[in-house]
Design a protein around this ligand. Structure first.
Ligand code: COA
Length: 351
């Protein structure tokens, strides 16, 4: 028994935010953003009306319909996001509620692997399907970065890259010989955990980086302090990224993990019909394409329109390729991701 993608959907919020618009908030230019990242515009969700959960639900409804099932058939939810509605509980149960799923005999799992979240989710779902535990798994990646970005000059290197959106798949068992997930490969290395991170608010209490930086300790309080005044005053509640370190690691790890998956399956890079890389930066994807020696028509790039949507970027790009008729039955599709953690991974699937 293997795992197939039975249905796929995506949701992009309506509001288009161009590079030009960003220049009105911070010291940046359209030319700088395009040259370094390839991004021309991104989408922002509607504040107070949309959340990662509502966007996920919109994508999920399409995936469920395309799978030919009803929401009540879903027996397990996996939700990957780094920008959840709440610190806890996770978005899995919120999506269950949003979709109106009343039965409680289902599980809801939240994945926190950032840009690699969807690939990790595929791997987890694959194991559950192969063991026969679940038959209709809903896996979503959804992000609302616009709520947590720093729109001052200080945050410009991070803020210009990210956008909002959601993608979803329904995964089911298949016994067809030429269909389904061939393998998944997962990696992690916590050495550089803080180099692409949103550290605060959190329960670290200054442990990893020293308490002074964060305004600890406060002896008058018996427990810890989740958010300190210093964090607010010193603008420490937004993501940070050491861009060049991330770039250098990404261009090595992407090809490595793709080749690892191919080798495990006894396949060559020429066998790939479509590569769907996590949309981190167009320059990274172009570099990977070159190293892998793949022609343009075999690589999906849509970061130009949507920016980097982290856990949502692979299902959005995969869905777009599917809707554009770029995937046919039996095609070998490779998904690959690298991101915060660092974590990276790949999925090889016969459509
Ligand atoms: N607009 C204009 N200038 C900007 C800017 C912006 N949005 N952001 C940074 N700069 C400036 C910097 O301040 C710096 O100025 P200085 O030379 O006067 O100090 C200059 O541009 C170069 O900065 P640097 O950080 O060296 O740029 P870079 O070439 O590394 O590009 C990234 C920055 C972030 C685009 C690039 O490092 C990158 O894409 N890294 C990978 C990021 C990524 O993929 N993240 C997601 C991983 S899942």
């Amino acid at each position: 028994m293997k795992t197939k993608i039975a249905g796929i959907g995506k949701y992009l919020p309506k509001r288009v935010v161009t590079n030009q618009e960003l220049t009105t908030y911070m010291d940046t230019t359209n030319e700088w953003i395009i040259e370094r990242t390839g991004i021309e515009e991104r989408r922002y969700a509607e504040k107070h009306k949309e959340t990662p959960t509502t966007m996920a639900a919109a994508a999920a409804r399409i995936a469920i319909e395309r799978a030919g099932i009803t929401p009540e058939d879903i027996d397990f939810i996996i939700f990957a996001t780094l920008s959840p509605d709440y610190y806890f509980p996770g978005c899995g149960v919120l999506l269950q509620r949003e979709l109106g799923l009343t039965k409680t005999e289902i599980g809801a799992l939240d994945i926190r692997n950032q840009c690699t979240g969807f690939v990790y989710g595929m791997s987890v779902a694959d194991q559950f399907i192969k063991t026969g535990m679940y038959k209709n798994i809903l896996l979503v990646g959804s992000e609302m970065h616009s709520m947590g970005l720093d729109f001052s000059d200080e945050g410009r290197a991070v803020t210009v890259i990210f956008g909002d959106g959601a993608g979803a798949v329904v995964l089911q068992p298949t016994d067809k010989e030429n269909q389904g997930i061939l393998n998944t490969v997962l990696h992690s290395d916590g050495t550089h955990a803080e180099e692409l991170a949103m550290i605060n608010p959190g329960s670290h209490g200054g442990y990893h980086l020293g308490p002074e930086k964060f305004g600890y300790p406060d002896p008058s309080i018996p427990g810890g302090v989740f958010v300190t005044q210093k964090m607010v005053d010193d603008n420490m509640l937004t993501p940070n990224m050491t861009g060049q370190l991330v770039f250098k690691n990404a261009v090595v790890k992407f090809p490595e993990v793709i080749k690892e998956g191919l080798a495990k399956a006894g396949l060559e890079k020429e066998d790939i019909d479509l590569l769907v890389p996590h949309q981190a930066n167009l320059r990274i994807s172009q570099f990977v394409q070159k190293v892998m020696g793949l022609p343009d028509e075999k690589v999906v790039n849509n970061i130009q329109k949507y920016g980097n949507t982290t856990a949502a970027s692979i299902p959005i790009a995969l869905c777009e390729a599917y809707e554009d008729g770029r995937i046919k039955e039996g095609d070998l599709v490779c998904l690959a991701a690298f991101g915060s953690g660092f974590t990276w991974g790949s999925v090889l699937v016969r459509w």
